[in-house]
Design a protein around this ligand. Structure first.
Ligand code: NAD
Length: 196
């Protein structure tokens, strides 16, 4: 099943379909996100609204519909995909970094509101991971994958980009009972990017 996380009716439909098929929701991973690059002069109002709708409102709407389900069943675990860009500033990234900073703080607010109800809420803050979003950055710079990989690797003290599986493993841990005393955390999966 699929849906648009910016559309409340779609979000409700997705949750209803999951409940009809599975009867419960133990884990919500808010992964949907888009990238808009540029300075305040370069980013259009439409692009600003679009990125805030997907990256911020999407997490809000999904949480709004799934938390009542988790409350009814006695608990659950939410993991949001924020970014290292939600922890530090980057040049020409005003919209993306602002949206991801909001996800980090939404995570902490949700964690506080539901800590006593057996719902844990955490987020991961990945560095540069080699996904289609990385290829979008390559294309917008008119460079090559190899050249951009080399440039970005230099920003990560570990000396390379991250792999999707390295983020997925962290998400799986945070979602699981192994992380039973962790809530409100923003876990960096960034090869040391935010240490600098
Ligand atoms: N790739 C990176 O370097 C990196 C780093 C830090 C954080 N992130 C975050 O990781 C998450 C996944 O990104 P990715 O790198 O896999 O990029 P991606 O472009 O491959 O994946 C983004 C996904 O979001 C979905 N999506 C976009 N708008 C949507 C909407 N309105 N409703 C439902 N789904 C929608 C897309 O269909 C796509 O599957 C994003 O939140 C991104 O901000 C990525």
């Amino acid at each position: 099943m699929s849906g648009d996380v910016t559309d409340h009716a779609d979000v409700k439909k997705m949750v209803d379909e999951i409940m009809a098929g599975l009867g419960r929701i133990d884990v919500l991973f808010n992964n949907a996100g888009i990238l808009v690059e540029g300075t305040v002069e370069e980013v259009s109002e439409e692009d600003w609204d679009r990125i805030m709708a997907v990256n911020v409102k999407g997490v809000f709407l999904m949480s709004k519909e799934v938390i009542p389900v988790m409350l009814k069943q006695g608990g659950g675990s939410i993991v949001n995909n924020a970014s290292c860009s939600g922890l530090v500033g980057d040049r020409a990234a005003i919209a993306y970094n602002t949206s991801k900073g909001a996800v980090v703080l939404m995570t902490k607010c949700l964690a506080l509101d539901y800590a006593g109800k057996n719902i844990r809420v955490n987020c991961v803050c990945p560095g540069e991971i080699e996904t289609p979003m990385f290829l979008q950055e390559v294309a917008s710079r008119g460079t090559t994958v190899e050249a951009y990989r080399k440039e970005i690797s230099d920003y990560h003290p570990i000396g390379r980009l991250g792999r999707p599986s390295e983020v997925a493993n962290t998400v799986a841990f945070l979602a699981s009972d192994d992380a039973s005393f962790i809530t409100g955390a923003a876990v960096s999966v960034d090869g040391g990017y935010t240490c600098q």
